[in-house]
Write a protein that binds this ligand. Structure first.
Ligand code: PMP
Length: 422
């Protein structure tokens, strides 16, 4: 820090902005190898697609004259990648392939950027985005950082949406004169970060019907970041794009190649059915970066085009199923169930959602959290995943990043603290 720095008069956003917790958690995990992180959303180095990326990177650079992948590309992303990505979504159960059109898709720097752009196009400070309780904490922080108000949809203890609760919440907002401020609903519907559960077809239908009945025809954002990371079989519910019940709504479906392929290539996408919303998103993206890394896109495109993506996925699905088994067994063996903690064993994704006995405090500044850090294990305090910052008796653990032996050791350290606090 340079003491001679002249004072700057920052914008409202510049003044309000705080360091995202995710950035801090990732930095801590990278800086201290003794600190075992069950917090950061890294994927497992062991299953990063070194061979595929190496092979196609070499192929692209050899043929660069023809391919031009080392040059800037289009703001919307590579046409062929968009076509192949649409085809990939359409392979999931219940999808109506005929609905997907590459024109409605845009490629981004991870799905995180698509989410940010979409919200920027819709919301002014003070506006409301409806979210599940619990929801993706990075999104909640992002919304708050933009001066927006994430408001929770009532959910059961495991994160299942309560349609009557949603209807009641919409009525409350109406009564408070806030209806026009409700700009979108955000759903993490496949192997949710953090609850790990997926929304059933019935739940999704109920959401659409409840919104329609209350005349909230608001944009629906479906975040499918973990959809490909199923352990045994894909989740049976189709996306909001293919469900007739969502036909009347402007829709944005978010997908990514970070978690299921190469996190470091940082390529994701949005599929937006509403042309004006999509145009605005693309204008903002044009101002921000006028196109995502062309080289990264070209590599993924070639993997898909060569028909090698499904095989890659089959390998990592098995791997992450095994990692989840290790973490689950370690928590059970440590006696966490007997101590009154509850969780469901995930059927996909990288995340466990643990509920300690009500009243226990696992928040960032709690004695439990401090002791975990002292003992060299990090987790995400669950209160960060609730729009109001409470309750504090939940924790989000990731089985994704640590190698097996360290995952067992991290679980052992975590469980030891849980026993200590009984
Ligand atoms: N949505 C969810 C639910 C996530 O967990 C993540 C990553 N942690 C993202 C979106 C963003 O991922 P990326 O930008 O790497 O695609």
């Amino acid at each position: 820090m340079d003491n001679s720095e002249t004072a700057i008069s920052f914008s409202r956003q510049g003044r309000a902005i705080a360091k995202p917790v995710i950035v801090d958690l990732m930095a801590r995990a990278l800086a201290n190898p003794d600190l075992l992180s069950l917090a950061a959303g890294f994927t497992d180095n062991a299953v990063l697609p070194r061979e595929l990326v190496g092979r196609f990177a070499a192929e692209i650079t050899r043929e660069c004259g023809a391919d031009e992948a080392l040059q800037y590309g289009q703001n919307q992303g590579r046409q062929r990648l968009r076509e192949l990505s649409c085809a990939a979504i359409a392979t999931h159960p219940g999808e109506r392939a005929e609905l997907f059109d590459a024109q409605a898709m845009f490629v981004t720097n991870g799905s995180q950027q698509a989410l940010y752009l979409a919200v920027q196009a819709l919301c002014d400070p003070g506006d409301i985005v409806l979210v599940e309780e619990p929801s993706y904490f990075v999104c909640l922080e992002m919304l708050k950082g933009l001066g927006l108000r994430p408001i929770g949809i009532p959910c059961d203890a495991e994160g299942g949406i309560d349609p009557a609760g949603l209807a009641a919440r919409l009525k409350e907002l109406e009564a408070a004169g806030e209806r026009s401020k409700v700009k979108a609903i955000y759903l993490v519907s496949y192997f949710c970060n953090p609850s790990s559960r997926s929304l059933s077809m019935q739940e999704k239908r109920a959401v659409a019907r409840t919104l329609l009945a209350a005349e909230y025809k608001i944009p629906v954002i479906e975040d499918a970041a973990y959809r490909e990371l199923y352990f045994d079989q894909p989740h049976p519910a189709p996306s909001i794009i293919s469900m007739p019940e969502f036909e009347p709504f402007p829709k944005l479906y978010l997908g990514t190649y970070t978690k299921p392929f190469a996190t470091g290539l940082k390529i994701g996408y949005g599929y937006c059915t509403h042309s004006e919303w999509r145009e605005k998103i693309l204008c903002i993206k044009g101002h921000q970066d006028f196109g995502s890394a062309h080289f990264s896109q070209a590599i993924i495109e070639r993997v898909l085009d060569a028909g090698l993506y499904a095989e890659h996925l089959a390998g990592i699905q098995k791997h992450y199923a095994h990692k989840a088994e290790i973490l689950d067994s370690a928590l059970v063996a440590g006696g966490l169930r007997e101590a009154g903690w509850q969780w469901r064993r995930p059927e996909g994704g990288l995340i466990f959602w643990l509920r300690a006995p009500v009243g226990m405090d696992l928040a960032m500044d709690s004695a439990f959290c401090r002791r975990c850090i002292e003992q060299g294990v990090l987790y995400v305090p669950g209160n960060l995943c609730f729009p109001a910052g409470a309750p504090a008796h939940c924790a989000r653990l990731s089985s994704g990043a640590l190698p097996e032996a360290k995952l067992r050791e991290a679980a052992r350290r975590f469980v030891a603290q849980a026993a200590h606090c009984r």
